[in-house]
Design a protein around this ligand. Structure first.
Ligand SMILES: Nc1ncnc2c1ncn2[C@@H]1O[C@H](COP(=O)(O)OP(=O)(O)OP(=O)(O)O)[C@@H](O)[C@H]1O
Ligand SMILES: [Mg+2]
Length: 571
């Protein structure tokens, strides 16, 4: 509840350098009268400028400064909110905007725009639009609630019920939902891509492993093959060995035999020589009777006996040669046999060496295959690199999945919040609670003015008005006086609601010629009835030209006049 105490102003419009001050406290109805241009409506501009920094009438701020003095325009308002006493000073030439709370100047570090916002939101708790609907009503700018569009009606009611905060929250929420959506899309994408990458790396690892295994298997098979060949070759060498040993055993020593052969051959050739000499001798004796040298005759006896001896000798020699020939033949056969065995052994030796070489080759190959296998087993570098990558990606995936879950949970919360913050959400619930109260109050005020219609607002602030005869009427159907009654009923309803909500209620009501046109005889009576009801806790200022009709009904009258080009107030 804002309890206004004083307002004072100077150099504002037609007011001069001396402050005009009005006591806003006390619960009374005050009538303000004066000629046209006397300065009555100036109080509206004073209030509006001081609280909202804007003139009430449709001019710009600069035009508020008195055109004669041209400077030192100042408006001051004093009011209380709870136990706090506020004083707001605002001026032009020089520019002043100061808010004092219990005589302490409130921090002005912020920009004046923010200072104003803080003032409206945290202290006044009433926006300009609502202020012009329930505190200050000017004939020039006041648009009765019933003539407002539904959006404006809603704004005023939301302000009144202090629920515009939900609209603001909804705007913030929309940003958050949008952000959540963007984040969710990008995080889902990252999760998907993490999964794909992991799959790729894993299948790569699998194929690397498989390749290695296959190669190792192939090499192991080769090793087994070589081992089998070694076993076979060993058998072969053993066989060759036995054969060689057997052959060696059966082989004749060739040296002695060859010596014997050469001796026999020598002997054979000597016997041959002897044989030839004997044959020559025999031929000589058979063919010669004289000695060719001495020419003497050869004794026939000698000749016969010599021939006899020689023939016998030849026979003996022949026998020996035949024997020797046989013996030589035998020996030569033996040598031939020995040579053939030797050849056979040497052939076997060659095979043996060859086989041994082959075995040694097999061993070498097995060794190198084993090395290759070891290399393959050790060659896991690629696999390790890929495994590291998989571990890294899995960590990333885990983090991103958590993020996504967070975002999804957040979205659920946002969805619920959005549902609550929609016009049909919390606000409607609150409005729904108040609609019956509003209707009750409206009808109560209408009845107080002896205007018996059934007025009903729904939660979309659309009206339904039923007359005595239960016909449905629209606001426009009514006479100006009847409209005034409805407007007043609504005005007082909003003020009562504000008081119920304890949000935007004030002790001040200023009406500037608002209902002048409809104040006929009966209307005036009813108007006064309501005013008197209201004065219990409200200070009401009525600016009217119908002063004559009203004057006797007010105990408090303020009169404005123009004196030497400046407006002044006389009580
Ligand atoms: N900057 C200004 N300097 C001096 N006088 C000004 C300035 N701007 C407006 N005025 C005059 O100040 C007066 C404002 O008076 P105001 O509007 O308060 O009159 P009022 O008593 O409400 O009159 P009405 O009954 O016709 O509504 C008018 O005479 C207007 O011409
Ligand atoms: Mg006026």
């Amino acid at each position: 509840m804002i309890y206004f105490r004083f307002i004072r102003w100077r150099n504002l419009l037609s007011t001069g350098n001396i402050f005009t001050e009005i006591d806003l406290s006390g619960n009374k109805a005050v009538l303000i009268v004066g000629e046209n241009g006397a300065g009555k409506s100036t109080i509206l501009d004073a209030l509006s400028f001081c609280l909202y920094g804007k003139p009430f009438r449709n001019i710009n701020k600069g035009q508020l400064v008195n055109s004669i003095n041209k400077k030192d325009m100042v408006v001051e308002v004093e009011f209380a909110v709870g136990k706090k006493e506020y004083r707001v000073t605002r001026g032009i030439k020089p520019t002043i905007f100061e808010i004092y709370c219990n005589d302490q100047l409130l921090d002005q570090d912020a920009e004046s725009k923010d200072y104003q916002e803080m003032f409206e939101k945290q202290i006044l708790k009433l926006n300009h639009k609502s202020f012009n609907q329930i505190v200050v009503l000017g004939s020039a700018s006041f648009v009765p609630f019933m003539q407002l569009k539904t959006a404006d009606r809603r704004e005023i009611i939301e302000d009144l019920l202090d629920i515009e905060i939900f609209s603001k929250m909804n705007i913030l929420l929309k940003d958050k939902i949008q952000q959540n959506k963007t984040d969710s899309v990008s995080t889902s994408y990252t999760v998907r891509s993490n999964k794909d990458k992991i799959e790729l790396h894993e299948s790569h690892i699998e194929s690397l492993k498989q390749n290695n295994d296959e190669l190792v298997d192939q090499k192991n098979t080769k090793i087994e093959e070589f081992k089998a060949k070694i076993v076979e070759s060993n058998k072969v060498t053993a066989t060759i060995n036995t054969t060689i040993q057997r052959l060696n055993k059966s082989a004749q020593p060739r040296e002695a035999t060859e010596k014997k052969l050469s001796k026999l051959s020598l002997l054979h050739s000597r016997i041959d020589d002897k044989m030839q000499k004997i044959e020559r001798d025999i031929v000589f004796f058979e063919n010669h009777d004289n000695c060719p040298t001495c020419k003497q005759q050869i004794d026939s006896l000698f000749k016969t006996s010599t021939l006899k001896v020689k023939n016998k000798h030849r026979e003996e020699l022949n026998e020996g040669i035949t024997k020797l020939g046989l013996e030589i033949g035998e020996i030569e056969e033996l040598i031939k046999q020995a040579l053939s065995v030797e050849k056979e052994i040497s052939q076997h030796n060659v095979n043996y060496t060859q086989t041994l070489n082959q075995i040694s080759n097999y061993h070498n190959w097995i060794e190198s295959l084993k090395t290759e296998i070891e290399d393959l087993k050790g060659n896991t570098k690629q696999i390790d690199i890929n495994s590291d990558e998989v571990t890294k990606l899995q960590k990333e995936l885990e983090y991103n999945e958590k993020e996504l879950t967070k975002l999804q949970t957040e979205k659920q919360v946002f969805d619920v919040a959005a549902l609550l913050l929609k016009d049909t959400g919390i606000k409607t619930r609150i409005i729904k609670q108040y609609v019956p109260i509003m209707n009750k109050l409206i009808n109560k005020y209408l009845a107080a003015m002896d205007f018996f219609v059934n007025f009903e607002l729904n939660e979309n602030f659309e009206e339904k008005i039923k007359s005595r005869f239960r016909d449905e009427f629209s606001y426009a159907s009514f006479s100006e006086g009847e409209k005034m009654r409805i407007d007043l009923a609504l005005l007082f309803t909003w003020r009562s609601i504000a008081k119920l909500r304890n949000s935007t209620s004030t002790n001040l009501l200023i009406m500037d010629e608002v209902f002048d046109s409809s104040l006929d005889g009966a209307g005036t009576e009813e108007f006064m009835k309501i005013l008197n009801n209201l004065t219990q806790d409200t200070n009401t200022f009525i600016i009217s030209h119908k002063g004559d009709q009203l004057a006797d009904k007010f105990t408090n009258i303020l009169k404005f006049e123009k004196h030497k080009n400046f407006s002044r107030m006389i009580t």
